[in-house]
Ligand binder design. Sequence first.
Ligand code: NAD
Length: 535
Amino acid sequence: MSDAPDSPVLSPPDREHDTTATFALDPAVVRRLASTLVATSGESYPTYAPFTGQPIAAIPLSTVADVAVAADRARLAQAQWARVPLTQRADILLRFHDLVLDSQDEILDLVQWESGKARLHAFEEVAHAAMTARYYARTALRHVGSKRRLGMFPMLTRVDVHRSPKGVVGVISPWNYPFTMALSDGVAALLAGNAVVHKPDSQTALSALYGVGLLHEAGLPEGLWQVVCGEGPVIGPAVVDSVDFVCFTGSTRTGREVGTRAAQRLVGASLELGGKNAMLVLHDADLDRSAEIAVRACFSSAGQLCVATERLYVADQIYDHFLARFLGRVEDMRLSAKLEYGADMGSLISQQQLATVVHHVDDARAKGARVLAGGHPRLDVGPLFYAPTVLGGVRPGMACFGDETFGPVVAVYRFGEEADAVSRTNEGPYGLNASVLTRDTRRGRALARQIRCGSVNINEGYSASFGSIDAPMGGVRSSGLGRRQGVEGVQRFTDPQTVVTQRVLPIRPVLGLSERSYAQTMTATLRLLKKTHRP
Ligand code: NAD
């Protein structure tokens, strides 16, 4: 992207030196990134770099009226777009795939800049966005192309099922994966022939806008992806009120409001919400490998990941050995506020997230939990850093027992019987992701079937399911409704339309048959079809 004449060129802080004074983005770059933003208020709001607390940019603020304008523009563009052949839409996604990979240095800078995560964790977003675009481009015809289905009578009834786009899809995305959560759902919606009105989280709008710029560079027609920026409670409801389907990713509390509002209008919604994800380390697990997997599962993106592990259940027989290895690795973790690879964990995003983490840990400690690692901020690295933290002795009544922390904090528990570990995993309102670590993968898969979660990873934390784009991803119970990824992730943005052509014989008595004779003939035919006809 940086080679194109009109592309934004970021000026990353000097990687060798102190970054504190250099996080402000050139206003000209911000203006260019924000050129697709619908924002007429004349006002703006500041965003801050979590690594330093320094301002990044002033983002133009959208109003409720701007949301209506964005929806109108999107609707206009969508009418044309729905007529563009599926293969042409898919080609744009494939070009977007290449642009994402080619522009990764700038994307990684921007994601780190806005979210404060470690560079390797930011790379997950680049890879996920590219994989999603390729997957939906390559499966377009299979997933949303028209299909023949079985008719009422073989030969006589022809059935075609078409997938019509919903129209305008509202995407409301969170800050924790500011690039791929902003783009990947919308890319599937576009492929299916929809336009998008997008409200990224206000803290991380630039990563989203950069990605929208790449979509345009890939050939996406103007008007199809409208962005509005501002506080969720102010403009979010207006997005829900003006679209034909809502794709929401965020907290369970907000998801409930969004789902209720969409239901009032009888428009569909997919809700990707919170979790309190458990990892089971069985008695036969490889200790070193398990400790390494657990560190990544608990502390990627500083635990600000909907599918991160926050509860670790370890078999009695290996508890002490596993814990020693796990704690050793946690103590060795490298924290860094630099725009370069080599860190195991970055920063929390905001004072609000830091306050939640501090509250969960202090509350647990005050009520008798043991801090086995961490348990304190790391202001020596940056203003919002918190040490990776492991707690023992966490019990009901402590905030971190059942509430999502969404930070680098994990509670570790012993279990005796596997059945007990499974039933504790299933406790609480959430059901997003779980993991089972074992050498006996067959046993792991059997246990997975008893766990009430949308995804279960065997010998991984979350990345195996997150990266398997052909498989649906999402939660059950309070963790959400609907799925992203896979066929489910694109068909949610369509309405099936069934077109049936009846040939030769009508469905009524013909050839002088009485109604009774017709019913008898039909009965004989139905009996025959049961014997001969297998859909
Ligand atoms: P949040 O619900 O506060 O915000 C998410 C988005 O909703 C933001 O864009 C926000 O501006 C917007 N919003 C806020 N209030 C709104 C309203 N009344 N109407 C419409 N939109 C509104 O979530 P958060 O706390 O910022 O994000 C973290 C949460 O997101 C965690 O609970 C996490 O588990 C969840 N999450 C889930 C997934 C998933 O795929 N399941 C992925 C990432 C994050």
